[in-house]
Ligand binder design. Structure first.
Ligand code: Z5A
Length: 210
């Protein structure tokens, strides 16, 4: 029986997911909640290897969209069974940086893979485990790209080399998806300052946890 609470964070590159997860995690921690912070792709040893292949390995340079879809799903299948389900059964609050909606939007909408196989593979990997709440940080593609391209720490990875049109489709994909599932999604304006966004997410999460 599921006892914990599962929150996924979605949005395009540079939308501020990691920054807001850090802030929410600190707040929930200060309230004494037992939390698990994780990410996709990754979050397990197998998943982190898959992440490397998807993002940084030179072996990934000719990857076709179908392979990409299956690798994201493989990472998710492992995360669900090794980390997410046990954490929920132990009553923890999960903060996950991306989950299956990323596949729906990036591989389905932006890479234009057919909807039906994407849904079937998503559901197979997730084993019916859906987030209780999905926070979408909504920023225009140009804002997100500007933020990540001014990050001094790293070079663009394979996925970050797409053109701006790709990220327009990603943004639109999230907005359409969120509109179709309003009870699960919270769309937050990610262009505001960090503190205002943090407060909106925190209030929504606390309301649901209570
Ligand atoms: N992907 C996929 O295609 N299919 C899937 O199923 C899954 C994933 C699961 C994962 O990349 C890639 O995999 C991603 C989708 C794809 N690819 N692309 N392209 P990742 O995990 O490495 O990166 P990301 O998820 O795209 O996140 P990110 O680029 O690291 O950004 P972020 O976490 O959303 O933002 P941030 O790190 O919090 O902030 C970025 C910068 O902006 C940073 O300097 C902040 O200080 C700054 N920032 C954040 N918020 C603000 C505000 N409010 N104002 C001003 N500046 C801000």
């Amino acid at each position: 029986m599921q006892q914990g609470f599962f929150i996924s964070f979605e949005g395009s590159e540079g939308s501020g997911k990691s920054s807001q997860i850090d802030r929410l995690a600190s707040h929930l921690d200060s309230l004494g909640r037992d939390i698990v912070v994780t990410r996709e792709p990754g979050g397990t040893e197998i998943g982190e290897e898959i992440r490397h292949l998807l993002k940084h390995s030179s072996s990934g340079k000719d990857m076709c969209p179908e392979t990409e879809l299956l690798l994201f799903a493989a990472s998710r299948a492992q995360l669900v069974r090794q980390v997410l389900r046990p954490a929920l059964e132990a009553g923890k609050v999960i903060l996950c940086d991306r989950y299956l909606d990323s596949t729906t939007v990036y591989q389905g909408v932006a890479r234009k893979l057919s909807k039906d196989p994407v849904n079937v593979i998503n559901n197979f990997a997730a084993g019916d485990l859906m987030p209780d709440l999905t926070v979408v940080l909504d920023v225009p593609a140009e804002v997100g790209l500007h933020r990540i391209r001014h990050r001094v720490s790293d070079l663009p990875d394979r996925m970050e080399k797409e053109n701006v049109q790709f990220y327009h489709m990603v943004r639109e994909g999230y907005l359409v998806l969120a509109k179709s599932l309003p009870e699960r999604f919270l769309v937050v304006d990610g262009t505001r300052d960090l503190e205002r966004i943090e407060a909106e997410i925190r209030d929504a999460v606390i309301e649901r946890l209570d």
